[in-house]
Each structure stands twice: as C-alpha cells, then as structure tokens.
Design a protein around this ligand. Structure first.
Ligand SMILES: [Zn+2]
Length: 264
C-alpha cells in the first residue's frame, strides 16, 4: 500500500487535472532560486588539492535543490551549465521565474599571504589550514533586507544545530548582521543587491583548508548540509504566514475529505 502522504497528495493533484497544478490550498509552494556561483570561464577559488570552487558549488547546489523539493518547495537552478552571461543575469533569472527567495552557493578561500605550498598527487598546490567553516552574507541594498537576514540567521542556526561550525574569518572585513550565526553584511554584492526578492549568499566552507576540503567533497556531508539549509529556508519562507487560511480549511473540510488508511 502507498503511504498515507502519497495518497493524500495524489488526491489533491487529481482535483486539478492538467499541469501545472497548485496544491489544493490554492497557493503555490514558494519558489526558491538556487544559484551556482562562478562560471566555467571564471571558476572562482581553488581548493588545496587543485579543484575549482565551481565544482564544489555545483555539487552542493544539486543537493540543496533535492532537499528543497523534498520539503514541497519549488526550485529553479540558476547557472546549471556554468555559462551565465553576467552577475546581474542571476537575480534577473530568479525574478523572471517569480522566485520568492534566492540563495547563491559559494565556497570560501583565504588571502594569498596565508597560503602555503605543498604537493598533492605529484603537483605543487597551495593550502591554508588556518580557517574553516561556513558563513553567510546579505546586502542592505536588497529590497527585502529584513527577510534576507531572517533567512540567513535561520540557515546559520540550523547548520550549527546540525553540528556545522561557522568561520569568523570574514568578520575581519565584513560587518556582522548576526555574530552568533556568522551572518555578514556585504552590501555591494551584485547577486544580492540586484535581487528583487530576499537573497543570501552562502559560503559552504574554506576549500583551501586541507581537511575541510575533504569534508566539503563528501556527498554525505553535502547532503547533510543541504538538508539543514533547506529546513531553514522552508521555515523562513513560511515565517509570519498562517499555515492555512480559514476559508480554505473550511472548504477542504467539506469538499476534500482526508484519505485515511484502509483498514486491513
Ligand atoms: Zn565564490
């Protein structure tokens, strides 16, 4: 027998016939735009073992899309092919699709003066084991700074609850919006300030750190991190909104009886 949740969902979708089909409440689920930072032409930072930041961003973004969908949210992946034309194109694509939230996925590096040389797989590479951990950025030039900060705080809180430690490396140069959750203001970031919806830039960790690079490349670690982020984003986007309005609840009670498990 199919689980109850699946049968309830099937009953809901059966009511509206052809796609696209909104949930029975009449309100579409929030749409989250997940932006893969950097491009094939400019792949961002380099890891301690010589992997590009873009490749880390791609993997975490894919896990995040999956985790958001598992929570019933709609998603839009931006820059899937790594060939997006400009920074402004990212929030523009999100706005064009009607996204309610934009999260840009990045991985962090360190200043050149902190790098040390080592050899990995027969090649000379550069690392720094000084800093490790995630951090978050919001812009006060964004149209909805308040919800951007709320979502970033929730993301930071969930990550710490899940055992992920933040870095305060970026506190040296970027003012804090929330110290406890490593949320910083970075007002001039184009992807955030041009966004017409709340937006957060997430740095998953420091890929120049030799041990953290290995963790960040681990699919299980990526999935766990994505799971905490998706929990926070879902909660943040529903914050302040009633679970169901009264009229919808009444109508559902009369017209759409719940599908209960068969007695067997
Ligand atoms: Zn980056």
């Amino acid at each position: 027998m199919r689980p109850l949740a699946v049968r309830v969902a099937s009953a809901m979708f059966a009511l509206c016939g052809v796609a696209p089909c909104a949930p029975a409440s009449g309100a579409a689920a929030p749409l989250v735009a997940v932006d893969i930072g950097h491009t094939e032409a400019a792949p961002g930072a380099m890891s301690a073992r010589g992997r590009s930041e873009l490749s880390f961003n791609r993997e975490l973004a894919a896990h995040l899309v999956e985790a958001l969908r598992a929570r019933g949210l709609r998603t839009l992946l931006i820059n899937a092919d790594g060939r997006i034309a400009s920074l402004q194109e990212r929030p523009r694509a999100a706005a064009g699709a009607g996204a309610d939230f934009l999260v840009s996925i990045h991985h962090d590096s360190v200043g050149e003066h902190e790098l040390r040389a080592w050899h990995w797989a027969g090649r000379r590479q550069f690392y720094s084991d000084r800093w490790a951990g995630h951090s978050l950025f919001v812009s006060r030039a964004n149209l909805d700074t308040a919800r951007s900060v709320l979502c970033a705080r929730a993301m930071g809180a969930r990550l710490q609850r899940g055992g992920f430690a933040p870095t305060h490396k970026n506190g040296q140069r970027r003012e804090y919006a929330d110290h406890a959750h490593a949320v910083h203001y970075y007002d001039e970031l184009a992807v955030l300030r041009h966004a017409r919806m709340p937006a957060v830039l997430f740095e998953g960790g420091v890929i120049r750190h030799r041990a953290e690079e290995l963790r960040l490349a681990d699919p299980l670690h990526q999935a766990r991190m994505a799971d905490e982020l998706a929990t926070a984003i879902a909660a943040c986007l529903h914050a302040g909104k009633p679970a169901d309005d009264e009229a919808t609840a009444d109508a559902r009670g009369e017209r759409i009886p719940p599908v209960l498990p068969a007695e067997d």
